[in-house]
Design a protein around this ligand. Structure first.
Ligand code: COA
Ligand code: AMP
Length: 632
């Protein structure tokens, strides 16, 4: 038996023993009484009775262990021309100070704090400061519009919001402060306070009585110590797209999060304390939470906080410059970023200018990695290129080749096999296991690894209904795919209306809600169509109300702007077409999957239940006028 099989089998034979051993690597203020309480499935509680603190394990423990002078964070910001190193001792000081600031504003154990910030050190400090005092952070990505932020404010009901005055997206300034003000106006819940980090590129106007400057807030408080919390207490809530416009508040339990992420660093990523690790994501996404902030810090690594893009800041050599300059050993990005680099520097001329001899592995996640991009990255980087499959809900990989245990043979298009903590099956609609190599709904046998979500924030019913109801005893991932004869997973598509645009997870249902609210739109549909750079992009179909005879281009322009205003630029919704009717089944269900195949120029079987096959011809013609539905 190979080493990976031995580790995986040791987990399968005794999951509780496996995670109890992993938990020995975490500092607890009170040891757990029970590793797992599985008395009320599908609600699982890990390390019951245990008490610990996330911030202590991320920061203070390393200072106590003599790593105070080691770099904890290297903030590298080509958009502002800054490189700043923050040691563990400095991070402890800054975090304790900001935790004290929050406490002085009345934020305490169990209170929620929304963090709405770009990739600046204060974002990480704010997250850690919350966990230091037992408050629950919820970071909101800057590419969302005010309305999305308002929805999260109303769901999380934060006592305070920590924001920056602006973000910098390449050449564009993102107006965080005006967006925040607008969101608070739209929300029914009002935070008591907003703490604002002013940035010189665009300082924000403060609202008297509610807003205060970061520095003033810090001056008001006394440095705060780490507060022990229960293992089951939420460390954070992270909202992610569901199948409606209302996002799901994924909860991460403190103990399970610490144990699983700490285990992942040496075992999945092959990292040792002191190594430099980089996730080129954003703190607003799960990859950012887990692999910019928490896992590298839990493991005593140096993490890179990169405020830039793969291309354009200043060129397609930016990633290689960062890896070389900071001696990065392993780095995470989305395949989209590599496609963007490949497009501008196909022969790796910019790469050749840097010494990457210390570089050990390239990790990918967030979307399917197409074999061409994989091969290009392997040829250029000459290190293992390791695809990870996971989700906001799991918080760490479900499937990956495990660099720190044993590298298994690679199969292009597959993130390899499930890691310990996950047993994955492809199921038929009836819940039967599909034969190896046949496509089914990818479902995970319960219980999952301790970092996986225990529930949705204030919504146990939606948790059960969304993930647990369809296949009793399993968590339904929402992905369809194959488990092959070697146990490798191949993720093929979503089973719901979620699409993946440039590694960003978006709900087409949410976009349809926006289009449907346009005065001239009678009916609509949004699908994800293939895109060479972003993997997928959304495309809208509009059926206009009777009697509307305005220019179609004008209406399309308006709905594009509405999606940008209500969901945000990150939706990358740029194209829509007006059609006479939408193809439907006889029971009235819109045939989105068929429309997507037509748009992508793929062959399809005529759905048996279609009410009027002639519509598909019209859809194809309409798509051709905007550059889709071309064969080959
Ligand atoms: N704050 C505000 N706006 C943001 C944003 C943020 N953090 N991130 C993206 N946006 C905006 C972009 O500026 C863009 O706005 P525009 O319509 O005014 O141009 C819009 O959202 C769409 O962004 P994106 O889809 O990312 O396209 P892009 O053309 O700006 O960039 C890439 C293309 C490939 C460079 C970029 O998508 C990329 O870096 N992808 C990697 C994604 C990634 O790491 N995902 C994390 C998951 S692991
Ligand atoms: P998110 O919750 O934003 O991380 O998005 C999770 C979804 O992204 C998954 O359910 C998949 O649909 C997709 N995804 C993530 N990683 C991969 C991967 N390695 N291969 C294929 N799809 C992926």
């Amino acid at each position: 038996m190979g080493e990976f099989d031995a580790v995986y089998e040791s987990w399968r034979a005794d999951p509780q023993g496996f995670w109890a051993r992993a938990a020995e690597d975490v500092v607890w203020t009170k040891r757990w009484d029970r590793v797992l309480d599985d008395s009320n499935p599908p609600f699982y509680r890990w390390f019951v009775g245990g008490e610990t603190n996330t911030c202590y394990n991320a920061v203070d423990r390393h200072v106590d262990d003599g790593r105070g002078d080691q770099a904890a964070i290297i903030y590298d910001s080509p958009v502002t021309g800054t490189v700043e190193t923050i040691t563990y001792a400095q991070l402890q000081e800054r975090t304790a100070a900001f935790a004290g600031a929050l406490a002085a504003l009345g934020v305490g154990y169990g209170d929620r704090v929304i963090v709405y910030m770009p990739m600046i050190p204060e974002a990480v400090v704010a997250m850690l400061a919350c966990t230091r005092i037992g408050a629950i952070h919820s970071v909101v990505f800057g590419g969302f519009a005010a309305k999305e932020l308002a929805t999260r404010i109303d769901d999380a009901r934060p006592k305070a919001i920590v924001a920056a005055s602006c973000g910098i997206e390449g050449q564009r300034v993102v107006h965080y402060k005006p967006l925040l003000d607008q969101a608070i106006d739209l929300a029914a819940h009002k935070p008591d306070h907003c703490v604002i980090k002013q940035r010189p590129q665009e300082p924000g106007a403060l609202t008297a009585g509610r807003d205060l400057l970061w520095e003033d807030a810090v001056a008001r408080g006394e440095p705060a110590d780490c507060v022990p919390v229960k293992a089951e207490d939420p460390a954070y809530i992270l909202y992610t797209s569901g199948t409606t416009g209302k996002p799901k508040g994924v909860v991460r339990a403190t103990g399970g999060h610490l144990v699983t992420l700490k285990w992942s660093m040496p075992n999945i990523y092959g990292m040792a304390p002191g190594d430099v690790y980089w996730a080129a994501s954003d703190v607003g996404w799960v990859v950012g939470h887990s692999y910019i902030v928490y896992a590298p810090l839990f493991h005593g690594c140096t993490t890179i906080l990169y405020e830039g893009k793969p291309v354009g800041t200043p060129d397609a050599g930016a990633f290689w410059r960062v890896i070389a300059q900071h001696k990065v050993k392993g780095m995470f990005t989305a395949p989209t970023a590599l496609r963007a680099i490949k497009k501008e520097d196909p022969h790796g001329k910019l790469l050749a200018a840097h010494d990457l001899s210390h570089y050990r592995a390239q990790f990918l996640a967030g979307e399917r990695c197409d074999p061409d991009t994989l091969k290009w990255a392997q040829d250029m980087l000459k290190v293992p290129v390791i695809d990870n499959w996971w989700q906001t809900e799991t918080g760490s990989p479900i499937a990956s080749n495990c660099l720190g245990i044993e590298l298994l043979p690679f199969k292009p298009g597959s993130p390899t096999r499930p890691v310990p903590g996950y047993e994955v099956h492809a199921l038929s609609p009836e819940g039967e296991q599909m034969p190896p190599g046949e496509i089914g709904a990818l479902a995970i046998k319960l219980p999952m690894a301790p970092a996986a979500l225990p529930t949705l924030w204030n919504n146990d019913d939606r948790f059960v209904e969304s993930y647990m109801a369809e296949f009793p005893g399993y968590y339904q991932t929402g992905d369809a795919g194959i488990v092959d004869e070697d146990g490798y997973i191949h993720v093929m598509s979503r089973t719901d209306d979620i699409i993946n645009v440039a590694g960003h997870r978006l709900s087409t249902g949410g976009m349809e809600e926006v289009l449907a609210s346009h005065q001239d739109v009678a009916e609509c549909a949004v699908i994800g169509v293939a895109d060479n750079l972003k993997g997928q992009v959304p495309l809208g179909f509009l059926v206009l109300k009777d009697g509307v005879n305005r220019e179609h281009a004008e209406i399309v322009g308006e709905v594009v702007q509405m999606v940008r205003d209500r969901i945000g630029p990150v939706a990358a919704f740029r194209k829509a077409t007006v059609v006479q009717r939408l193809p439907k089944t006889r029971s009235g269900k819109i045939l989105r999957a068929t429309m997507q195949k037509i748009a992508d120029g793929e062959s399809f079987n005529m759905p048996a239940t279609i009410d009027d096959p002639a519509i598909l011809e019209e859809i194809g013609q309409s798509l051709q006028t905007i550059g889709y539905a071309r064969k080959g």
